[in-house]
Design a protein around this ligand. Sequence first.
Ligand SMILES: Cc1cc2nc3c(=O)[nH]c(=O)nc-3n(C[C@H](O)[C@H](O)[C@H](O)COP(=O)(O)OP(=O)(O)OC[C@H]3O[C@@H](n4cnc5c(N)ncnc54)[C@H](O)[C@@H]3O)c2cc1C
Length: 381
Amino acid sequence: MTVDFTTEQTAFARAVADFCKREAGTREKRDHLTQHGTHTHSEEVYAKMADLGWLGLTVPEEYGGSDATMVDMCILLEETARGMAPIGAIGPTLITGGAYAKFGTDEQKDTVLRGIVRGASQSISMSEPEAGSDVGNLSTRAEKTSDGWVVNGQKTWCSNAHISENILLVARTSRGEGKHEGLTMFHVPANTPGLKINPIELMGGQKETNDLYFTDCLLPEDAVVGEVGNGWRQLMTGLNFERLILAAMSLGAAERAFEDTLGYVSQRKQFGRPIGTFQALRHRIADLATEIECTKLLVYSVAREADAHPDRMLAREASMAKLKATETAKRVALEGMQMMGGYGYATEFDMEAHVRGALVSTIFGGTSEIQRDIIGKTFGL
Ligand SMILES: Cc1cc2nc3c(=O)[nH]c(=O)nc-3n(C[C@H](O)[C@H](O)[C@H](O)COP(=O)(O)OP(=O)(O)OC[C@H]3O[C@@H](n4cnc5c(N)ncnc54)[C@H](O)[C@@H]3O)c2cc1C
């Protein structure tokens, strides 16, 4: 592989891969940990990762983390996705933690960042039924009263809210000239009275995301994260970190789907020979391997750029990484399914789960269309 890691990073990647093999290396183990694939997150595996100190990688040292690099974070996410570790809450948790690290008060950081290090999940809630890609158009209101803030409205698609300790809420505190003005981030413990969390069932019966209903939900005055009215700008500074996280996870997912496909076409015989030796399949394998190699180079190049220039937004580069990695994961999984024939479609094999996971990756965290739009705009269009 062409990405040049340090000796420590190579050893770290190996340690994570070994851990995944040990904890979730067989279908039997994964079925047990995820209740036959219906849950994406295992507290048991996550707690072991916390004990190893891996969940604090992106957390500053003063809050118990190791303040590691973006490259280190990508290695962890790539290898856990590749190893199919059932830790679905890690992405949203790291994304949420990034916002608290930048904008939270000392007290909020103490609660949330130390929570992340010890293995507590955190969620972020931006999307609403009428505000998806156009998330700046959100309308959940937080009104200032003498007691603090009163929140009313409905959010949707909030990943892992049902198992999270806290939710980072983006709500409207005023109506300005533009829709992006008047948004504010709030710290909401998941057990706050006035907040109801209802599951949304996903493809394959998966339980991961939730609707959130806020009804006269009272938050203390100091629940604001960052500045009142500055929520959009704060969100923008974190979305690139979010895109890199999703890209690294999709890279690992693409690699796993590729390895499973390669294993199958090397073994499966038709017409007296392994099907992978037919040129139609061998060329596809070559194309997918090339796509994955390009994706890996892009993801780690953006991670290095982010490490070298932590204050740069990297809008174009991070969107390119998210777009390329998720579309590659989707292509690899779909072609893998085709190359496995009927067995790719059977739940007995992992390929259909790879397809389900890859299909949604081009939708959440900003769809592929939106990523292309962002990239296009950076060219002045
Ligand atoms: C599994 C899952 C987990 C999620 N987790 C979270 C979470 O934790 N927190 C959170 O806040 N949100 C979360 N989301 C929400 C997610 O970010 C949105 O679903 C996504 O941004 C798209 O919004 P939408 O579903 O409303 O689709 P829409 O915005 O209605 O888009 C529908 C289609 O129209 C296209 N489209 C829209 N606008 C344009 C445009 N300007 N140009 C071209 N095409 C366009 C889109 O690309 C898409 O193909 C999650 C979603 C899913 C499915």
